[in-house]
Design a protein around this ligand. Structure first.
Ligand code: UDP
Length: 261
């Protein structure tokens, strides 16, 4: 598949065209941002780990019938994915209260929610991704009722699947954010899960110690982000137990792969 020109660059990923008009290449950068772009850094090796972790999760989701944009991973930093029109809504699912929920509503950090809580945010950096309601989505025709219901059903299944997957490896899935888009293939306009699912987009706490294994290590200046993401990858069986992935190793792996292309 020939890589074409850059068609979009986001905070953590770049999208390139390919020779197939329905497929694009998603490149995972090492850039980290938080607090609506106010905090920025580059963390060597993060993109490589997120590429592997997201590939693992999305291919498992395909196996249980949760449709998503992933076609295949191409190399250490790139995936071939279906071109989609991203729905401008961030879908957040929470199992334990933390982050913006605790600040907004004064709920105590760490409160286990009685049932999963779905929140919607408008994907608009200039407005600071404001929280919106189901009625906003329907009123402004961002989605119709059938589409929103389909997504909500998918979110519940997705949360159940991810909760189980992480619980099996000693990790609590605290909350996560996902995005959906419309595919272009032969006028089908199907809604599929897109973007990524990784420690950048999920909050993951060790079941026993509550150690944070996600992007909060960057947001809260806790350090050791690469070892935490590596730990997630190892527990999911993506990296071998004995492999000691430092940022330097990950970068080396990445460049070796590129040279052999
Ligand atoms: N999240 C994300 N991208 C965003 C905002 C949130 O991936 O632009 C994820 C975040 O990693 C967490 C969940 O969504 O797993 C809920 O985030 P929250 O609303 O608490 O955001 P905060 O402002 O605390 O990052």
């Amino acid at each position: 598949m020939k890589k074409g020109k850059k068609i979009y660059e986001g905070k953590a990923k770049i999208i390139y065209a390919t020779s197939d008009k329905n497929l694009v290449i998603q490149y995972f950068k090492d850039d980290a941002t938080a607090f609506n772009n106010q905090k920025k850094s580059t963390i060597e090796g993060k993109g490589v780990l997120n590429n592997r972790i997201s590939e693992h999760i999305l291919s498992n989701l395909s196996e249980v019938g949760i449709k998503n944009h992933l076609v295949k991973r191409i190399n250490m930093r790139e995936q071939l994915v279906k071109l989609v029109d991203i729905i401008p809504i961030e879908f957040v699912i929470r199992n334990i209260a933390t982050g913006s929920l605790t600040k907004r509503l004064g709920i105590e950090d760490g409160t286990v929610l009685e049932r999963p809580l779905i929140e919607y945010c408008l994907k608009d950096d200039k407005l600071g991704d404001p929280l919106i309601s189901r009625d906003h989505i329907l009123n402004f025709n961002w989605l119709n009722i059938a589409q929103l219901d389909l997504i909500n059903e998918n979110l519940t299944r997705l949360n159940d699947f991810l909760l189980g997957m992480f619980r099996a490896v000693g990790i609590k899935l605290v909350d996560f954010k996902v995005e959906f888009g419309f595919t272009h293939e032969s006028g089908k306009n199907e809604i599929v899960l897109a973007d990524e699912i990784s420690p950048d987009t999920c909050r993951l706490w060790d079941t026993i110690t509550d150690k944070k294994l996600d992007k909060d290590r960057f947001r809260k200046d806790l350090g050791d982000l690469i070892p935490a993401y590596t730990e997630v990858a190892k527990r999911l069986g993506i990296l071998h137990e004995q492999s000691n992935v430092s940022a330097v190793n990950v970068t080396k792996l990445s460049s070796v792969k590129k040279k052999t292309k």
